[in-house]
Design a protein around this ligand. Structure first.
Ligand code: AMP
Length: 404
């Protein structure tokens, strides 16, 4: 295989609030040529793992901001491969967290699109500014490669009004663009399409509940290929219990913490987003460690697990009703793909709803899409690994091809 970058490759950039994930891949063959992760950007203990064709390089040190991280990543590409600048990448795909009401499809980035992403940044103050730094830094280094923004909110752009609207003073909501946008859309769409493809069914004919259970977690109800509800809202804080986020919480708690505990809005933001969820309940946001402690009889880990499960089951119930007929329930992301007890416990006792997990199939570890329901289960239960980078690369290349 040639080491040169061909026209078929896409660089995917996913700039998080303190991390930067990237991949160079061929969306047609799904081959990943290089990938990497810069973590703890903005802290003294930043590190980058860069992998090119199986050769891994680790760099430790301080990355003061995303600009520094991207400059370092570009150095690694130059020193260790792939030589990005010297060859013809077909596209760069950028994950952009918030598309507001403006974006509902992957979009070629030009000056107007860039300023619109900037205009809606107050909706996602931790994420969109980092995404913009990624866009600017990569386009400065690769000015001739078309760049495409793929929005995490896009799949949920057409949620029905009843699902998207908060019962808030309508004028205030309108003025500040407050509504439910939903996130993880690239994953929900990729996984639900993969379900249809794997089962040989028409995407438009099946109703699905998609559980994206990672460190961040969200669930969606997808009716005939269209999202009709999702658990994340105006921000990724709403919905399921997550690694470090509360998920649903009584907004009155904000007033209580401000008035009685004297906490600032920023303190509460950090508390709800970074120090709550599983971590807040038992000190641990790595789900493997939570499960080990549950098995060892640890009370706080047990409560964390029970609260996590309670919330999941509440939404599964809600989405069964919203969809009316459910053909497939599908689990994805780190916890959903790997934690068989979560899959079993979240669907336990639902035989009357035609939902039967097969214990043996559920226990088998595997890499690809698989069915874990019994042969008699009316609802097909599946595990489908998500692949947001592949989805972003495919969408980026489609947009570029359409504009050529
Ligand atoms: P993600 O955000 O999709 O990368 O998922 C990260 C979460 O998946 C973390 O909480 C991990 O602990 C969890 N996870 C990864 N592998 C496993 C596993 N084998 N069993 C349980 N949880 C896992």
């Amino acid at each position: 295989m040639s080491d040169s970058v061909s026209d078929d490759l896409v660089l995917v950039v996913n700039a998080g609030s303190s991390s930067l994930k990237y991949q160079v891949l061929n969306p047609a063959t799904e081959a990943v040529i290089a990938d990497g992760l810069a973590e703890q950007i903005g802290e003294s203990s930043s590190r980058i793992r860069h992998d090119y064709r199986g050769n891994e390089v680790l760099v430790e040190g301080t990355l003061v901001d995303h600009n520094a991280a991207i400059a370092k990543v570009m150095e690694l590409f130059e020193a260790d491969g792939v030589d990005l600048a010297g060859s013809g990448l077909a596209a760069v795909g950028h994950r952009v967290v918030h598309g507001g009401r403006s974006f509902f499809a992957p979009t070629l980035i030009d000056a107007t699109v860039r300023s619109e992403i900037e205009r809606i940044s107050p909706l996602a103050p931790l994420h969109n500014p980092a995404n913009l730094v990624g866009i600017d830094a990569v386009s400065a280094l690769l000015p001739d490669v078309p760049a495409v923004a793929v929005f995490d909110t896009a799949f949920f752009h057409d949620l029905p009004d009843a699902a998207a609207t908060y019962a808030l003073d309508a004028e205030v909501a309108k003025q500040y663009a407050i509504r439910r946008y939903g996130f993880h859309g690239t994953s929900h769409e990729y996984v639900s399409r993969k379900v249809a493809e794997t089962l040989g069914r028409d995407y438009g004919d099946i109703n699905q509940i998609v559980l994206h259970l990672g460190n961040g977690a969200s669930m969606s109800a997808v009716a005939g290929g269209k999202a009709i509800d999702t658990t994340m809202g105006m921000t990724p804080l709403e919905g399921l219990v997550m690694g470090t986020r509360t998920g649903d919480i009584d907004a009155g708690i904000v007033f209580q913490l401000a008035r009685v505990a004297g906490m600032s809005i920023d303190d509460i933001d950090v508390l709800f987003n970074k120090n709550s969820g599983l971590k807040g309940l038992c000190g641990e946001n790595d789900f493997r460690a939570v499960l080990e402690r549950v098995d060892a009889g640890d009370d706080s880990a047990r409560l964390a697990y029970d609260v996590y499960l309670h919330r999941l089951r509440r939404y599964i119930g809600a989405y069964l009703i919203e969809l009316g007929r459910v053909d497939v329930i599908v689990f994805t992301a780190g916890v959903g793909e790997n934690a068989s007890p979560v899959r079993a416990d979240s669907l336990a006792g639902l035989e009357n709803f035609g939902i039967e997990v097969d214990a043996e199939r559920n226990a088998v570890r595997g890499k690809g899409p698989r069915v874990i329901s019994t042969d008699t289960s009316a609802v097909t239960i599946m595990v489908v690994p998500t692949n947001e980078e592949l989805a972003i690369a495919r969408q980026a290349i489609e947009v570029v091809a359409a504009t050529e």
